[in-house]
Design a protein around this ligand. Structure first.
Ligand code: SAM
Length: 258
């Protein structure tokens, strides 16, 4: 077993063959949401620059297969997690049903569903429904004895009590979509990964639900956000990603020389 490494390939196969069972302390998974379908865009948007909807081949799975795919990767995550381990799964209204049904099917206990309020959410272009400005991050545990660093959660909570004192963290997180210096861009200025998650989100999850030296695994590593934050806070990490172009981006971000 290699740590601080990106495994290249399909996470279902790699979880099954290459990762030791009952080993991992914390999993963060940001799977395909299956929301791609058309290339909606809003070029020249005056309030925040051009918007492009996610439209990727890896994010297009026929509906009937999506539940099977979800069962396969969550089942394999279950096997590699320690009994006291936690899994966090990012989702939106597109796929939250499949994720919850599957977590229950494997007897995971759902501890919280965090609502991520994207303060700079993309405007709705159809003008026929409300603007979608939230996603969900589901925290579930395999058994008892999970890590929840309660004091850390209070200390890093940006919300304070009226008198300025630290406060319990709620299940509503206000975090902007990644922009500015944090967004990984190519020389042409275009974002290199369409769904890069905010470092602030991973910081909260990793600091609150793991200890220093723990092993954090991300089966859908993308641009490498989970690995960056795990490394920054002294956790070991394992990333899995099937697209070569994203593996390269993550390796560059992590300063892994090839
Ligand atoms: C939603 S993105 C993750 C983004 C990531 N959280 C970040 O901050 O950059 C999902 C990623 O999973 C990858 N992927 C999709 N299916 C996969 C599979 N079966 N095995 C491994 N990676 C997969 C995609 O190439 C994509 O980069």
């Amino acid at each position: 077993m290699k740590f601080n490494t990106i495994y290249k390939g399909d996470c279902i196969e790699i979880l099954n063959k290459d990762i030791e069972k009952n080993l991992i302390d914390l999993i963060f998974a940001d799977p395909p949401y299956n929301l791609s379908g058309n290339a909606l865009k809003w070029v020249g948007n005056k309030t925040g620059g051009d918007w492009n909807m996610v439209n990727e081949n890896w994010d297009k799975i026929p509906d009937a297969e999506y539940l099977k795919f979800t069962k396969n990767w969550i089942g394999n995550c279950y096997n590699v997690l320690k009994k006291s381990g936690s899994i966090w799964v990012a989702s939106s209204y597109h796929n939250i049903a499949e994720i919850i049904i599957t977590l229950k099917r494997f007897n995971f206990k759902i501890n919280n569903i965090i609502t991520w309020y994207k303060t700079n959410a993309m405007p709705n272009m159809t003008k026929r429904v409300f603007t979608h400005s939230t996603e969900f991050v589901i925290w579930a545990v395999k058994g008892s004895g999970w890590t929840f660093n309660y004091e850390t959660a209070k200390e890093i909570n940006p919300e304070k009590q009226k008198n300025g004192e630290i406060k319990q963290m709620r299940d509503l997180w206000e975090i902007p979509l990644v922009q500015g210096k944090e967004r990984i861009r190519g020389e042409d200025g275009k974002a290199l990964h369409p769904t890069q998650k905010p470092e602030e989100m991973l910081k909260r999850i990793i600091l609150i639900c793991s200890k220093e030296g723990d092993i954090v695994l991300d089966p859908f590593l993308g641009s490498g956000t989970t690995a960056i934050i795990a490394q920054r806070f002294g956790r070991k990490w394992i990333g899995i990603e099937k697209e070569k172009k994203y593996v390269k981006i993550a390796e560059k971000r992590l300063c892994i020389k090839k």
